[in-house]
Design a binder for this molecule. Sequence first.
Ligand code: ADP
Ligand code: MG
Length: 161
Amino acid sequence: MTNLGYAKVSNNNINFFVNMEKQRFSNIKTEEATKRIARDFASRLKKGDIVLLEGNLGAGKTFFVKEAVKSFAVDEAASPTFSIVNEYDGNVKIYHFDFYRIKKERELYDIGIDEYLSDEEAITFIEWAELFPNALPEYSYLVKILLLKNGLREITISKKD
Ligand SMILES: Nc1ncnc2c1ncn2[C@@H]1O[C@H](COP(=O)(O)OP(=O)(O)O)[C@@H](O)[C@H]1O
Ligand SMILES: [Mg+2]
């Protein structure tokens, strides 16, 4: 990530803040704006990365992942709410989890989460990861999506070393 200190930059009416570890995009009005952020984010990802997505129902976590994985030639991404995990074979292997319907941590171990998370050949996205923090290894990025009452969204991307 570019080190600009802490600068406010404006681009297409989206304000974003950049420092070494965190980007914040606010005032997001359109799906297209979210898509641009997702595409730009995807260009920084590499094999072995684990991306956690936080945000209420309908905030746009699945929407963000769908757009991000297009960068890896995956066009059929869908919400894994019921399947827990979807696997996509793009030009990189992608695991897309959603912990929303999981009731017990045990269920995650039963589907072999540790094997998924230790696959250095894949990029992993996890929606609702905050529900089971104990089941998670170190992550690479945390993407927080906020849907405000006025309909605008804010996306904060933090990088973990
Ligand atoms: N700027 C935007 N960014 C993301 N999603 C948006 C935006 N504007 C409208 N939406 C809509 O909001 C919905 C978000 O749903 P989804 O991604 O399934 O949410 P989540 O996975 O967080 O529950 C989608 O139907 C999407 O079309
Ligand atoms: Mg979702």
